[in-house]
Structures are given as structure tokens and as C-alpha cells.
Design a protein around this ligand. Structure first.
Ligand code: SIN
Length: 556
């Protein structure tokens, strides 16, 4: 039996009066989207696997995905072409070797997923491939029209749950990773009844999605609060590209959270973007017009909205066949109908919303991080495939390809690694913690989102980012250490991610991809065609940033 004194990275919780439960696995997966489910399903072929997800399996970002999965499966397509499109969209910052892995292994992973039960849309037996922005050929497989995420997630969840292959814990919030002598040996979590669980594991896979909730308008579900990035940071993991948050051009312009995504595939089918005078403003802006790379569309929308003194534009599908629209886009059609809009007969007001966090935990091509025993995949990870601007529909593919690669690496690692830690002494804070008033927590969360939207959103400037830093400090000053509530711990994670995003955005003195600085409006290939890495300095408690050349393979 291995005995160890195990610590949480930083004591986000106090122990006083709290009931503790223990579980033990070979592999603990944190997160229930496509990457986490893929890793769990694959690892369960050989190992005892636990999966913890903070909401229900149908509350993930994956579940809301509409467009589909990009993979070179078409007659006129090839991995090489997919590679070129991804590199071009990535604005000079993709890691080409990682992209090559993505596009070469992608088609086989999609075919396997279909065999597992995700039925993709076909016509006369052939996969129907959708067009999306910056793809040079139709390449996006989809399911249930625009219900790809729910079809894929349900199929994977079904395999996961069938025959108890994976021990699934829904509605359980992972607070922190457990470390033993620099190795990750599990995590501590809080369930809906307020019971703390210590899950010991020989390997931990972080796959908890992104951080869209840092902003007011987001297509991400309420659970997307950057928990994976924040807990990895507290544990000493290296993070990268934290300044790059991708905004989706066409979320419904409405006061709701999350905002309804209106898939890019609609523009792929021919829908137009119109300004307030009814003009197609993207035609003059880019040769691909509405199907320009996403960063280009968002920037131009922003200019047009400023010019027209408004905060939305219009998405017009009235010229498309109504019966076809209803069949191809049932989720969007029904979602709009429920809100009083009709896709067939009226232009729909749309505005950009935060959608995908490119920044994340640095991994090699096999999901390994700089912390032994800790793996990351999906949106939580940074493999370098997205560069400074993700190509549409590459993210579900990323979850499949790198979820699978993580499993292959786990198989190697677990064959030789130490047995699981069996005994722990948690270094949780001892003092009783009253925690923060939950109305204060809700208020600070809302102010954080407004602050980030104003100063660290689509267009940024040095002075605005400095204001954001000051504002975040003021918000932090209004908080005492968290008690045992998910709302508080989410807020601390949001604050961590927001701080890192703002600092990285301040440091990157250029505009590239989704990062637009009005005081440095051009890309600076001499100075800035590099990544920014961030890591917690345990002495000062502050992040240390450093530059890294593109394609550097070391994860430490
Ligand atoms: C969409 O359906 O427009 C989203 C696709 C993506 O973000 O990859």
C-alpha cells in the first residue's frame, strides 16, 4: 500500500464539519462532453474508470453543438486540404504537427463514432457534408440536421453507462486536483448533497470544457466557468494562449444566458448577413463573404455595428426553401419559434457571443501535461491545433482525436506507473469558513462578466485591459475565501481565468486571429508569432508568463 500525504493545490475549501467520502479508480475523468466521454469509453476497455461532471450529461457544451464535425471524408477532400484550411484560419499560430494529427486521424475517429451509435445524416447512403466558414470544401458531418452535439453526446453517454462500464457521477463539482510529490493522484469534489468526495486515481483526465461564462453574451452553457483551466493552474500546470477567446458571429441577439446559437451551417447553406440598411456587408469585406474565417466575420460585424450605432446585425434566410430549412435546422428553427421568431419569413437579429476558449492546459500530442498523472483533452487543453482562430467544427473532432490519443497514452502510462495512492491526508484549510453571501456572489459574477465584455471582449486596448485588471482586483477585494458552495467556487474559477485572460491580452501587443488590439491593429510576425505560456508562481501566488516558439514539443 502506498501511503502519501496528499494536498489539494490550494485549499479552496475548509474541512471543518464536512463529511468525507472516498473513491478509487485507475482513471478519473473530469468532464462529460465529447472529449471526456471519448476518454472514459476508451479507457474503460482496460481500466476502472470514474467520470465526474458538474451538471448532467445533457448540460455540456458538446450537447449544444449544432454545426457538426469537420473531417476529410468527402470525395473532393483530403487531410492535406483540411490541414491547409486549419492553418490558414489559425492566423499563423497553429502547431502544424498537431493539426496533422487532427486531420489525419479524424476521419477514422468519426467512422468509429458512427459505429458506436451516432447516426450522421446521409443521402442515398452517403454522408451529407455541410459547408462552414473558411473550409474550402463542404466537410462537416452532422446529425439530426443541426442536433449533432446531442446525438453524439447521447451515443457516447449510452456506451459509457451501458453495463456500468464507467462509474458516472453527475451534478458533482470538482473543486481541486490532488497532488502527491508533484504527481496528480486524484481530485476532491462536492456533490449536490454537500458531501465531499476524495477520488483517488492513478491518472486524471481533465476535459471540462471552456470558459464562455466569463462574458455577458455566450453560447456556452452556465457550467462553462473555466473550472478545468483554473484548477490545473492552481495545481501548477502550464497554460497557453489564454488571450484567445473565440466569439461566434451569429448568436441570437437576446437578453438570455446562454444565448441561442444560430449555426454557421446556415450561412453555409446560403443565409446572408445584413446591416441595418439590408446590405450584405461581408461581400465587400472578404472573398468568401459570409463564409470568411470566423475572426474576420466578427471583426467586420463589430465595425458595421459601430458604424450603424447598433449592437446587432441581421441573419437572413428568407430566400432559402422553408421546408428545407425546417428539416436541416430543426434546433434553430424550433429555438427561434419558441422566442417568437420565424426563420423562414423574417431576418433574425444576431450578435457575436463568446463561444470557444482557445486557451488551455498545454499538452503534448498524447494529452500529457507537465504534471505526471494529469492529462487534458478537448477545450480544456491547448494542443496548438487552433492557432489564434479555430476553424469551425474542428472542436468536436479535437475531442474525438485527442480523447482517443489520451487513452492510448493512458494505456502506456498505467502499465508502468505507480499503484494508486491509498491513504491521504488532505491539507484543507482548518478554519471554519462562513463563505460569501450568495447574493454578493451573484452580483460579483454579473459585474465580472460586464467588465470582461467591456474591456476584454472582441476589441481590446491597453488602457481598457488595465481598467479590467483594476476592476477584477476590486471585485476580488469584495470576497472572502469561499465556503462550500458551487456558486462561490465557480466565481473564484471565473476570476482566475479572467485575470489570466486579461494579463495575456495585455502582454500580446499585436492583433492576431481572435485577439484584436485597437492600439496594435496589425499582426507582428517578428515579435509575436509565438505562444504565451502562463504558470502559477507558488511563492508570489502570481502567474509568470513567458513566450514559447510555435511547435515547441516540451510540455514542461
Ligand atoms: C456552429 O454550429 O456554428 C458551431 C460550429 C463550431 O463552433 O465549431
Amino acid at each position: 500500500m502506498v501511503r502519501a500525504s496528499v494536498t489539494t493545490a490550494t485549499p479552496l475549501v475548509s474541512r471543518s464539519g464536512v463529511e468525507l467520502r472516498y473513491s478509487s479508480y485507475d482513471v478519473l475523468v473530469i468532464g462529460g462532453g465529447i472529449a471526456g466521454l471519448t476518454a472514459a469509453v476508451g479507457a474503460a476497455n482496460r481500466w476502472h474508470v470514474g467520470l465526474i461532471t458538474k451538471g448532467a450529461l445533457d448540460e455540456t457544451t458538446t450537447f449544444l453543438a449544432q454545426g457538426g464535425i469537420a473531417a476529410a471524408l468527402g470525395e473532393y477532400d483530403s487531410p492535406q486540404l483540411h490541414l491547409q484550411d486549419t492553418l490558414e484560419a489559425g492566423a499563423g499560430l497553429c502547431d502544424e504537427e498537431a493539426v496533422r494529427v487532427l486531420v489525419e486521424e479524424g476521419p477514422a475517429r468519426v467512422e468509429e463514432l458512427e459505429k458506436l451509435g451516432a447516426k450522421f445524416d446521409r443521402r442515398e447512403g452517403k454522408l451529407i457534408l455541410g459547408a462552414e466558414g473558411a473550409h474550402s470544401v463542404p466537410r462537416v458531418v452532422h446529425a439530426g440536421g443541426d442536433a449533432t452535439g446531442s446525438v453524439v453526446a447521447s451515443a457516447l453517454a449510452e456506451v459509457c453507462l451501458s453495463g456500468g462500464r464507467v462509474e458516472v457521477h453527475e451534478h458533482e463539482f470538482v473543486i481541486d486536483l490532488l497532488l502527491d510529490g508533484g504527481r496528480c493522484v486524484g481530485a476532491v469534489s462536492l456533490d449536490a448533497e454537500g458531501v465531499l468526495t476524495v477520488s483517488l486515481a492513478r491518472a486524471v483526465v481533465l476535459a471540462c470544457g471552456g470558459a464562455g461564462q466569463v462574458f455577458v453574451h455566450t453560447t456556452n452553457p452556465l457550467v462553462a466557468t473555466g473550472d478545468g483551466q483554473a484548477m490545473a493552474y492552481r495545481a501548477g500546470a502550464v497554460l497557453r494562449d489564454l488571450e484567445f477567446m473565440q466569439f461566434h458571429p451569429t448568436a441570437l441577439y437576446a437578453d438570455e444566458n446562454p444565448t441561442l446559437l444560430i449555426t454557421e451551417a446556415l450561412r453555409g447553406e446560403g443565409a446572408y448577413l445584413l446591416d441595418q440598411s439590408g446590405e450584405r456587408f461581408m461581400v465587400e469585406a472578404h472573398p468568401r463573404a459570409e463564409l470568411a474565417p470566423r475572426d474576420v466575420v466578427v471583426r467586420h460585424m463589430k465595425r458595421v455595428m459601430e458604424r450603424d450605432r447598433t449592437d446587432h446585425v441581421w441573419l437572413d434566410a428568407r430566400h432559402l426553401d422553408c421546408a428545407y430549412l425546417k428539416e436541416r435546422f430543426p434546433t434553430v428553427h424550433r429555438g427561434l419559434q419558441a422566442r417568437g421568431f420565424d426563420l423562414c419569413s423574417q431576418p433574425i437579429p444576431v450578435a457575436p457571443a463568446s463561444h470557444y476558449y482557445i486557451g488551455g492546459v498545454v499538452t503534448d500530442l498524447w494529452g500529457s501535461t507537465n504534471i505526471p498523472g494529469l492529462y487534458a483533452c478537448g477545450e480544456t487543453a491547448s494542443t496548438g491545433i487552433h492557432g489564434a482562430n479555430r476553424l469551425a467544427s474542428n472542436s468536436l473532432l479535437e475531442g474525438l482525436v485527442f480523447g482517443d490519443r489520451t487513452v492510448r497514452e493512458l494505456n502506456r502510462y498505467l502499465a508502468v506507473s505507480d499503484p494508486a495512492v491509498r491513504k491521504v491526508r488532505l491539507a484543507l484549510a482548518d478554519e471554519p469558513r462562513p463563505g460569501n453571501d450568495l447574493t454578493v456572489v451573484a452580483d460579483i459574477r454579473s459585474r465580472l462578466r460586464s467588465l470582461m465584455s467591456e474591456f476584454c471582449g472582441i476589441v481590446r486596448s491597453g488602457s481598457g485591459l488595465e481598467e479590467a485588471e483594476t476592476g477584477l482586483s476590486e471585485l476580488e477585494a469584495g470576497l472572502i475565501p469561499p465556503g462550500l458552495s458551487v456558486a462561490e467556487m465557480e466565481l473564484f474559477n471565473l476570476l482566475t481565468v479572467a485575470r489570466l485572460m486579461v494579463r495575456a491580452a495585455l502582454l500580446r501587443k499585436e492583433s492576431r486571429g481572435v485577439h484584436l488590439r485597437e492600439d496594435f491593429p496589425e499582426p507582428d510576425d517578428q515579435g509575436w508569432r509565438v505562444h504565451l505560456l502562463a504558470q502559477l508562481d507558488p511563492e508570489s501566488g502570481e502567474p509568470v508568463f513567458r513566450q514559447e516558439p510555435r511547435g515547441a514539443r516540451k510540455v514542461g
